[in-house]
Design a binder for this molecule. Structure first.
Ligand SMILES: C[C@@H](N)C(=O)N[C@H](C)C(=O)O
Ligand SMILES: [Zn+2]
Length: 327
């Protein structure tokens, strides 16, 4: 059986058996297959009664995937023996059935999945983004689809920069923030803020709504969309709060800053943002609020759909099409 066939078989078996995902743990690797629970930085609201029912009934489907891989014992810390073992069972988490690809729900929504590229505030692709695909809970994807249907009639399209974000990606952000020597993307993404303040100031969260699956980073594009050029690693960086003609080109509407601009000018209601830029921010927020999304005040691009299907869970399956079933 190919590894991912094994993953699917394992998931389906887990689903049938009703085994609780928290019980699945690989004693050798320490790998966990379940979502984490914990504190979080953004406000939350209780899940809808339907969502609670759904969560209970589908818990067993939460992703236990088992693949057989070879792991040399010489690299395993804390091993009791250095004698070679023939095989090792590793665990790779997959998504519960409430998750889907955004493309399968609405292929017209543009996707520029930044964290799968080097054009990030870290300057490298982020851990866990194996493919540039948007994964979301079905309720959040359906709400985006409703917003998109209305926007298309007005000559606009949504464009997502980030969707579900695995905990391992958030952990990558945390490791990066602890390294003061790495300032390679400061000039573009956080020119006026020390990287040690980015969590405290609300621009990045150690427990992110994105890991719960109902949060998106999103903007608006005027149709027909202009072509966008790719980022070239090593290119000259321009502050994200510079004028639209100077900063990194993006085919989206001018929101007053670029995406992931960690600066007070990116605060959604910053009074310095006026005229067309204010109208663009307000258009984006109104379109999404009308479908149940709530904006994060520090970032004009960050929205969480409420009620969340998983208000207390922090998933860690990789961003890849094969993490979700059947799409
Ligand atoms: C990092 C940025 N795109 C973002 O999503 N920030 C919020 C606060 C988060 O990390 O959840
Ligand atoms: Zn976000």
């Amino acid at each position: 059986m190919r590894p991912f066939a094994a993953l699917r078989a394992a998931r389906s078996a887990g689903s049938r058996s009703g085994a609780h995902p928290r019980a699945r743990f690989c004693p050798r690797s320490g790998a966990r297959s379940h979502a984490r629970s914990g504190t979080r930085s953004d406000a939350r609201s209780p899940a809808a009664p339907g969502a609670r029912r759904s969560r209970r009934s589908r818990t067993a489907g939460t992703a236990v995937a088992i693949a057989v891989v070879l792991v040399p014992l010489s690299g395993v810390s804390g091993g009791a023996s250095r004698t070679a073992a023939p095989a090792h069972t590793a665990v790779e988490p997959v998504a519960p059935p409430e998750f889907t690809t955004l493309r399968s729900v609405d292929p017209t929504i543009r996707q520029e999945m930044r964290y799968a590229t080097p054009h990030t505030f870290l300057g490298v692709p982020v851990t866990g983004y194996r493919e540039p695909v948007c994964l979301l809970t079905r309720s959040a994807a359906a709400a985006l689809h409703r917003a998109q249907a209305r926007l298309l009639r007005q000559g606009y399209s949504l464009k997502v920069y980030d969707c579900y974000r695995p905990q391992r990606a958030v952990d990558h952000f945390v490791r990066w923030a602890k390294d003061p020597a790495d300032q390679r993307m400061k000039r573009e993404f956080y020119p006026r803020v020390g990287k040690e303040r980015l969590f405290e100031d609300g621009y990045i969260a150690e427990r992110s709504g994105h890991s719960r699956g109902s949060t998106v980073d999103v903007t608006l594009v005027r149709l027909p969309a202009r072509p966008a050029r790719p980022y070239v690693p090593g290119e000259r960086l321009v502050p994200c709060y510079a004028g639209r003609e100077e900063r990194f080109p993006d085919n989206s509407l001018d929101m007053g800053t670029g995406f992931d601009c960690f600066d007070t000018l990116a605060h959604t209601d910053d009074p310095r943002v006026r005229g067309a830029r204010r109208a663009n921010r307000d258009r984006l927020r109104a379109a999404l609020e009308a479908q149940g999304f709530v904006n994060l005040p520090e970032e004009w691009w960050h929205f969480t759909y409420r009620p969340e299907s998983f208000p207390d869970r922090y998933f860690d399956f990789p961003v890849a099409r094969r993490s979700v079933a059947g799409d």
